[in-house]
Ligand binder design. Sequence first.
Ligand SMILES: *[C@@H]1O[C@H](CO)[C@@H](O)[C@H](O)[C@H]1NC(C)=O
Length: 294
Amino acid sequence: MSTPPNSKCTIYMTTVLILSCMKFVLATNFYRDFDILWGNGRGNILNNGKVLMLSLDEYSGSGIQSKRAYLYSRIDVQIKLVSGNSAGTVAAFYAGSEGDNRDEIDIEFLGNVTGEPYTVHTNIYTKGKGDREQQFQLWFDPTTSFHNYTITWNPSMIAILVDGTPIRVFKNMESSGVPYINELPMKVYASLWNGDQWATRGGAIKTNWTEAPFITWLRNYKARGCVWMNGQSACNSRSSKAINHDWYKQRELDLKGNELLKLVKRRHMVYDYCNDFNRFPHGVPQECHLNTPI
Ligand SMILES: *[C@@H]1O[C@H](CO)[C@@H](O)[C@H](O)[C@H]1NC(C)=O
């Protein structure tokens, strides 16, 4: 006997409902959220999808790409970086769009020789325009335990946070002619690669391959965002849940956030393109004047 069409429909509907509810309660699942993009077996999802291991040896690194794209999101992940002599290794966590006028929000962790600090390299591309590097050193050792790294972007501002502390903010200054990320959807990426041509002060120190494979761990990935569907952001719909969230509504840092950002800039920033007068002899980019914390 075949199942009557109606009950098939009920089963189907119930499954869809359960699945769409589960989206909000399910823990991290790298299987569900990501594809392994490259690395030929060097990127591995473990513990039923809860943990991602990226590895790097002298032949290749590895990387993943999110299945979904977002126009506006908050993404969080916990990372434990390569320990010991990590000089030359670069672990990256970033969001980026495709094509020529790409948008990108980058966090890159540049390894160092044993006992010396990592550099956190950040950059923001808006409609193809980058050259906005800022670098920081962390106030903890990022190799001994997991720490939380966050990227948020909404119609008003972009922010990068480390354990909840803002280290970088880029406001929407489109009204002053500075391009902003507000048209293209971005996917989320994580990778571990060899950057010894670049990451160690222009190649001064080479990666020590006798210590390979180098390994970086990721867990607790969360994307709370406006999924890109049918050529538009889910947040264009007024029934979208995301538009009621704090990360989406935030227009600027609150007082405490501003104090923390100023402190990070004073104590932990090691490079700021806005202060690089040799690089910009005709004046630093316009947003440098518009974008300072209050
Ligand atoms: C490595 O540590 C040295 C000494 O603290 C520092 O000057 C350098 O910028 C660090 N390199 C990287 C890539 O973080």
